[in-house]
Ligand binder design. Structure first.
Ligand code: FES
Length: 160
């Protein structure tokens, strides 16, 4: 037989546990109720920028090139790199740009440009690639894919 004190203890704990989700829901603001307080006014033109979507710094050109940085940044760091492409100057002809995929062809790690040695090295298994993407040291066997790159004004453009 259940004693009165135990019954009251278990009933109280159960009652508190069943109330918790209700209290939590009551303390959470719902979308519609507070929509007027939190909505950002949209301009009448309905543009994406007005809806909080940032415009890219510069758009893709008609010939498919995308800006990835400035010539000043390229020359300061010795390279420019995004998730999709890495650009450096050709060590044999600094007026020419070389663009490669920074994804190692061995197992997909991201290679890092070594400004002093003017080559890409993979941190995972120490493969090395030239600025043109050619394999200098294994275990990678295939060169990094290459892309077209050019300078227009003060910007570096790549076609990936
Ligand atoms: Fe680059 Fe293995 S993933 S050397």
């Amino acid at each position: 037989m259940i004693k009165r004190r135990s019954f009251v203890k278990y009933f109280s704990v159960g009652w508190l546990a069943s109330c918790f989700p209700v209290v939590l829901a009551a303390c959470t603001p719902s979308g519609d109720k507070n929509a007027a307080k939190t909505s950002i006014p949209e301009p009448s033109d309905g543009s994406a920028e007005a809806k909080g979507v940032k415009k890219p710094a510069a758009a893709k050109t008609a010939d498919g090139f995308t800006p990835i940085g400035t010539v000043a940044d390229l020359d300061k760091a010795g390279y420019l790199q995004t998730a999709a492409v890495a650009v450096s100057r050709n060590p044999a002809n600094p007026k020419q740009l070389l663009a490669v995929s920074p994804k190692c062809t061995h197992q997909g790690c991201v290679v890092a440009w070594q400004p002093g040695a003017k080559k890409y090295e993979c941190p995972c298994h120490e493969a090395a690639f030239g600025a043109d993407g050619k394999v200098l040291k294994g275990p990678a066997k295939e060169a990094l894919p290459t892309y077209s790159a050019k300078i227009v004004g003060t910007q570096v453009f790549v076609k990936v």
